[in-house]
Design a protein around this ligand. Structure first.
Ligand SMILES: Nc1ncnc2c1ncn2[C@@H]1O[C@H](COP(=O)(O)OP(=O)(O)O)[C@@H](O)[C@H]1O
Ligand SMILES: [Mg+2]
Length: 292
């Protein structure tokens, strides 16, 4: 299990070589940590992180979403829950983790703050705080999903690097594609992260989905030497902005939702096969051969 101080120490001291080992760890992990990220704001990171977590929870997996947007937390609001800045009290030690999280069956959420003066004034290293929270509680969960903040600041980068998998959310908007590339570039060059998953959100038609996915994955491979797993996408839904959250999170029957669930199953299935291949001592190549 990682301890933040240890983790950050190896980052500043021996950088690249150590980082790869420290980020990915060496021991067996039961909790799978996934960051939902993308660089740009407004591309659907928070909505998708919540929906993923709900689907994992429905399938019986105990899942925690951590809102990593320290002072512009959007997760609770999307679920129609009141904002209470309780996270401040978690930091001061006045409430426990259990008192701070919102629980709906297997779905748990740790919201962050909204316009908290304390968070603003304390200039905390939020990434260290989140990593410590994960270290202390990961044994309780099958999945921990990090709803990453926009941008490629320290919090977003270190948290992405810390996770086992990154779901990069990209839209057909050119600035979203550029921002996702920039995120993967810094992750590759500073953190030695060479594999990412990409999900195309708000695409208009299949052709556009393919084009965005191929453009990004080819650029990332050619210029960064990184591998991209294309997960699929969610089309642009014709819903008003005010009604979007409720619709998106409660919809179960439509084709786009079925495809999204299928996409998640595809991802988890691969994890199971990979883990079985590792246990039986088979190479990654053998696994790839089986899957394709
Ligand atoms: N597939 C989609 N179709 C239509 N609108 C979408 C879709 N995904 C996201 N949106 C719109 O984008 C807004 C921002 O989404 P959000 O998840 O908050 O993005 P982020 O966390 O990346 O800033 C949503 O509130 C919704 O209005
Ligand atoms: Mg967000």
């Amino acid at each position: 299990m990682h301890k933040t101080s240890e983790w950050l120490l190896s980052f500043s001291a021996e950088q690249d070589a150590n980082l790869k080992h420290t980020v990915h760890g060496s021991g067996h992990k039961t909790c799978i940590k996934i960051s939902v990220t993308g660089g740009k704001g407004g591309v659907g990171k928070t909505s998708i992180a919540l929906k993923m977590a709900q689907e994992f929870a429905k399938s019986g997996a105990k899942t925690l979403v951590i809102d990593c947007d320290s002072n512009l937390s959007n997760t609770a609001i999307k679920l129609g829950l009141p904002l209470d800045n309780k996270f401040e009290k978690l930091l001061s030690g006045d409430v426990s983790f259990e008192e701070c999280i919102i629980q709906q069956g297997n779905f748990h959420l740790l919201p962050a703050c909204n316009g908290s003066i304390e968070i603003f004034e304390n200039k905390l290293n939020f990434d260290e705080i989140i990593i410590d929270i994960i270290s202390s509680h990961e044994h309780q969960y099958d999945y921990i999903l990090l709803d990453c903040p926009a941008g490629i600041g320290r919090d977003a980068l270190t948290l992405n690097a810390y996770c086992d998998h990154r779901f990069v959310i990209v839209t057909p908007d050119k600035s979203s594609i550029t921002d996702s590339y920039s995120l993967m570039k810094v992750l590759s060059q500073k953190f030695d992260i060479k594999e990412n998953h990409v999900l195309v959100n708000m695409y208009q038609n299949e052709k556009q989905l393919q084009k965005v996915a191929m453009t990004l994955s080819e650029t990332v491979e050619n210029f960064l030497g990184c591998r991209t797993h294309i997960l699929g996408g969610i089309q642009k839904l014709d819903v008003s902005a005010e009604g979007f959250d409720t619709f998106f999170l409660s919809e179960t029957k439509s084709e786009w939702n079925k495809n999204f669930v299928k996409l998640l199953y595809g991802f988890t299935e691969k994890l199971v096969i990979q883990s079985a291949a590792r246990t039986s001592g088979r190479s990654q190549l053998a696994y790839e051969h089986d899957v394709h």
